[in-house]
Every structure is written in structure tokens, then in C-alpha cells.
Design a protein around this ligand. Structure first.
Ligand code: AMP
Ligand code: FE
Ligand code: FE
Ligand code: ZN
Length: 271
């Protein structure tokens, strides 16, 4: 039996590891099916596909999409699509561009609040990938304005906090249709993190999302079992992953979630 981790971030979005480090660490921890799900970016897939092959790791094309449905932010994981399709790459390229502008706006807001961080430093931390609040948060930690990344979110960067800047998102139906059109499937990331998730999860499945991420560090055993049943009842499937961001989060979780391959046929049969 092989095991999978289908939710991992690298420095192509807001993680700190390279794709190669992620592959090596996953394999060291007994995981040989990997999806690198960077926010708005599939660069890791192209970069590391040959190395994954050599290492005996099955690499699945993936990305994590920020979506909006009825005013609620929902992250959808997309898997096993044609990563060369220009329709997705153009959209993701646009999202990454607007993330850059948003980074500059957040830095301006912070400077006006007396937190004099440099945009250049945030750009360095983002390393050309999908810039996000975690990069701004790390620059704030480095400059000593906050104690930790989560402190930065609590005081400044979280929704409704003084340096928050909204970002562009997919409509859920649009994301679902695009991923389907390029041969992939979608899964509701970390389902318990949304307000009213009990109503939201069935509604998203009925709207065409294919799976629920029931194995995740923030989903406890009770909800995991419940959402497995909700998915099965609707003819959907389940996914899981560690959502590891390397040192960008307080806890490194790679290896903590191991999904048996037998649950992942709807993804593996697309490869
Ligand atoms: P963004 O896509 O730029 O809005 O940033 C969202 C990302 O920030 C998420 O994908 C998480 O990785 C991270 N994040 C969100 N909330 C927190 C928090 N309270 N503490 C640390 N990281 C967070
Ligand atoms: Fe993230
Ligand atoms: Fe997420
Ligand atoms: Zn994630």
C-alpha cells in the first residue's frame, strides 16, 4: 500500500521549502504519492516532475485556488488536470500579477501605520512565486514589528485588520468548470475552517466539487468521519494532505497526514 500527501506548499507560493526538499522529505516519511498545491501556481510541478519520476514518487499536478461563494472565502484544491493548458495558466498568471499589486498596497498601508517594511524584502521572500500575506507577515517578523506570522495576521493582516487588502478570487462555479474542462477534479480544502461549513460543504458538492479534504491537520476525527460520509452519500470522494508550508507556519506538518492510495482512485486513474 502506498500513501499520499495531496496538500503541500513550496516557495512558489507561501511555503519555504523548494519542490525538491518537499519530494525528499515526503519520501523520507514514507509518502510516495505527492501533490504540490501551491496557491495560484503550478510551477513546482514542471520543475520537479523529472526528479519525482527518478525518485519513485508519483507527482500529481495540483494548485490551491482562492474562491468566493456567497461572500465566503473557500479554498478549492485542483488535481490531475492538464498543467500545460493555457486557460488555467493565463488565469493563474493574472492572479499572481494582482497579488503583486496587493503586496505593494499592504506595504503602503503598513508604512502608514508605522511599520516601515520594504516591498523589496517582501518580493525577495515571495521569490517570484505567488505573493501572499505570509510573505508580508514574515517581513514584519524580521523587522521586529510582530512576534510571529500568526501575530501578524491577528494584529494587522487578517480580514478586517488595519493592513488587510482584499484579493481577486474565482467564483466557485467558474473554478469548478475550468478545472473540469482541463481534465481535473476539485476538492474542498480544510472544510472545517469556513463559517457555516456544515451547510457549505454539501452545497459545494452539489454545485460540482468532486471531493472533500477530510484528512488535514485542522480537521478532527469527528468531522473527518462526518464529511467522509457526506461525500460518499453524494457519490463523491475524499482527499487529504498536511498543508505544510515549511517554516512559514509555526508547525511543520509534512508526514503527519498519510492518505492510503486506495481512496484516491478518481485522481490516480486520470494520470
Ligand atoms: P493570501 O492568499 O495572501 O490571502 O494568504 C492566505 C494564506 O495565509 C493562507 O493560505 C495561509 O497559508 C496563511 N494564513 C492565513 N491565516 C493565517 C494565520 N492566522 N496565521 C498564519 N498563516 C495564515
Ligand atoms: Fe498558504
Ligand atoms: Fe488553504
Ligand atoms: Zn494550503
Amino acid at each position: 500500500m502506498r500513501y499520499a500527501d495531496l496538500h503541500l506548499h513550496t516557495y512558489h507560493s507561501d511555503g519555504t521549502r523548494s519542490p525538491r526538499e518537499v519530494i525528499d522529505l515526503a519520501r523520507d516519511r514514507g509518502i510516495t504519492i505527492v501533490a504540490i498545491s501551491d496557491h495560484d501556481n503550478v510551477a513546482a510541478f514542471f520543475e520537479i516532475k523529472p526528479y519525482a519520476n527518478e525518485s519513485g514518487v508519483t507527482l500529481i499536478a495540483a494548485t490551491e485556488l482562492s474562491c468566493i461563494v456567497d461572500g465566503v472565502d473557500v479554498h478549492l484544491l485542483a488535481y490531475a488536470f492538464d498543467a500545460t493548458d493555457e486557460r488555467l495558466n493565463q488565469r493563474l498568471g493574472k492572479f499572481r500579477e494582482t497579488r503583486q499589486n496587493r503586496g505593494a498596497l499592504m506595504v503602503e498601508k503598513l508604512r502608514s501605520l508605522g511599520c516601515a517594511i520594504e516591498l523589496r524584502r517582501v518580493e525577495q521572500l515571495a521569490a517570484g512565486g505567488a505573493m501572499g500575506r505570509p510573505h508580508v507577515a514574515r517581513a514584519l517578523v524580521e523587522a521586529g514589528y510582530v512576534d510571529s506570522v500568526s501575530d501578524a495576521f491577528d494584529k494587522l493582516l487578517g480580514a478586517g485588520k488595519p493592513a488587510y487588502v482584499d484579493k481577486e478570487r474565482f467564483r466557485v462555479d467558474e473554478a469548478v468548470a475550468l478545472v473540469r474542462a482541463i481534465g481535473g477534479v476539485t476538492s474542498i480544502a480544510h472544510p472545517t475552517l469556513y463559517p457555516n461549513h456544515e451547510q457549505l460543504v454539501p452545497r459545494l458538492l452539489d454545485a460540482g466539487v468532486d471531493a472533500v479534504e477530510v484528512f488535514h491537520p485542522k480537521v478532527d476525527a469527528v468531522w473527518s468521519e462526518r464529511y467522509s460520509n457526506v461525500a460518499r452519500f453524494r457519490g463523491k470522494f475524499v482527499t487529504g494532505g498536511s498543508d505544510d508550508h515549511g517554516a512559514a507556519k509555526e508547525v511543520e506538518t509534512i508526514g503527519s497526514v498519510r492518505v492510503p492510495e486506495s481512496l484516491l482512485a478518481p485522481i490516480l486513474e486520470r494520470l
